[in-house]
Design a protein around this ligand. Structure first.
Ligand SMILES: Cc1cc2nc3c(=O)[nH]c(=O)nc-3n(C[C@H](O)[C@H](O)[C@H](O)COP(=O)(O)OP(=O)(O)OC[C@H]3O[C@@H](n4cnc5c(N)ncnc54)[C@H](O)[C@@H]3O)c2cc1C
Length: 341
């Protein structure tokens, strides 16, 4: 009872990266709370066939299975009923899900039906106490739901002392995924879907799906050459593509560069873009506002190229090159071309 639950997103039998990341975080939080980590998998029989092998190594103690071919692909009503009915029985203290199209649809519905709170797009989750001086009460072991607020000007620590479950969504890539124990084996509980879902919940059926896969893969690239507003133009951005080409890197961007039309949105790094952790992140003409830093601060090595020696990004950079993009980047391309021969 009062355990920590993670809702799993499953596509073609594979647990989504964001769910694996949340299992990793959930395992560590459950350890701190001395409670069980439980996971919910709802989908077709085929989708859930190999689910246990993917989930238990993350240290899942209980896996709740809901098998029905009508549960894949995801539709709102049946998945909402499964979570709300299960939570009424199990009374979890915490529920985590991805801040994805599915999580953003499912989370608010479940929290509204259960009368609990939900914090969207958390960038960090911790366990801690809260002293309510007015009420003269101390709440123990709450979930600190941490996220930027007021346009990123502050980092808010949000708590939900009274209602359960404490619900939070987290975007893909924000947390690290890490196997807990490859041989870990929890318990599987297979539920009768009809006990949770009404026939009318299946009113929507998916007739056809068209999934467009992005050709840009900055999330998994070990080196990212990222351009900001300081790059100056779409034409200058070509310099970054050339540098990326010689380094075997991907090109990223700040939101200001995307808004200015220098490159496409799928390359945006940051709070409202992608979170990356490459081995090397080369920030070209990027000032380093909190919303950008939020998406790249865990890079192993950060190199900043900026004409302002006091640009905020320089304070988190391992190496700083002070100069104009138009002069520095061509020199780097020339150097790496010469040395890669
Ligand atoms: C809710 C919200 C969400 C946001 N989400 C994101 C997000 O996900 N990602 C993101 O990036 N931003 C995000 N932003 C925007 C963010 O606040 C900044 O506006 C943005 O990151 C600034 O981008 P920039 O550093 O490229 O531009 P600027 O801040 O304009 O910085 C340009 C830099 O280039 C340097 N420069 C200028 N010319 C040259 C040159 N010739 N050579 C070298 N250097 C030069 C300047 O010194 C400066 O440091 C968000 C904002 C809000 C309110």
């Amino acid at each position: 009872m009062n355990n920590l639950f993670v809702y799993l997103e499953i596509e073609d039998g594979v647990v989504a990266d964001v769910s694996q990341e949340l299992l990793t975080k959930g395992r560590s939080l459950a350890g701190q709370l001395d409670c069980k980590l439980e996971a919910i998998a709802a989908g077709s029989v085929a989708d859930l066939e190999k689910i246990e092998g993917q989930v238990f190594p993350y240290g899942v103690d209980v896996l709740h299975l809901f098998k029905d071919d009508r549960l894949s692909p995801y539709t709102t009503l049946p998945h909402t009923s499964i979570l709300t009915e299960l939570f009424k029985k199990e009374q979890p203290q915490i529920c985590l899900m991805g801040a994805t199209i599915i999580g953003r649809d499912l989370g608010p519905r479940v929290s509204s039906l259960l009368g609990s709170g939900l914090t969207a797009d958390c960038t960090s989750l911790e366990i801690g106490d809260h002293e309510d001086r007015k009420a003269g009460k101390t709440y123990k072991n709450l979930l600190y739901q941490i996220r930027p607020a007021f346009g990123g000007n502050i980092v808010a620590w949000i708590i939900n002392p009274d209602c359960r479950p404490q619900m939070a969504t987290v975007r893909e890539g924000v947390m690290k995924k890490e196997i807990f124990d490859p041989y870990y084996k929890g318990e599987t509980v297979e539920h009768n879907v009809a006990d949770y879902v009404k026939e009318e919940d299946f009113v929507v059926s998916i007739i056809d799906r068209h999934i467009e896969k992005s050709k840009v893969n900055i999330k998994n690239s070990p080196i990212i050459v990222s351009g900001g507003y300081g790059v100056g133009s779409k034409e200058n951005f070509q310099l970054l593509y050339q540098l990326a080409d010689v380094l075997g890197a991907e090109v990223g961007a700040s939101r200001a560069a995307v808004d200015a039309g220098f490159t496409e949105h799928e390359r945006q790094v940051g709070q409202t873009g992608i979170t990356v952790r490459p081995k090397v992140y080369i920030a070209c003409g990027i000032s380093g506002q909190i919303q950008h830093i939020a998406g790249m601060q865990d890079s192993s090595i950060i190199i900043s190229i900026n004409n302002d020696p006091n640009a905020p990004i320089n304070s988190i950079a391992d190496y700083v090159i002070t100069g104009e993009i138009e002069k520095v980047i061509p020199k780097m391309i020339k150097y790496y071309k010469k040395n890669s021969k």
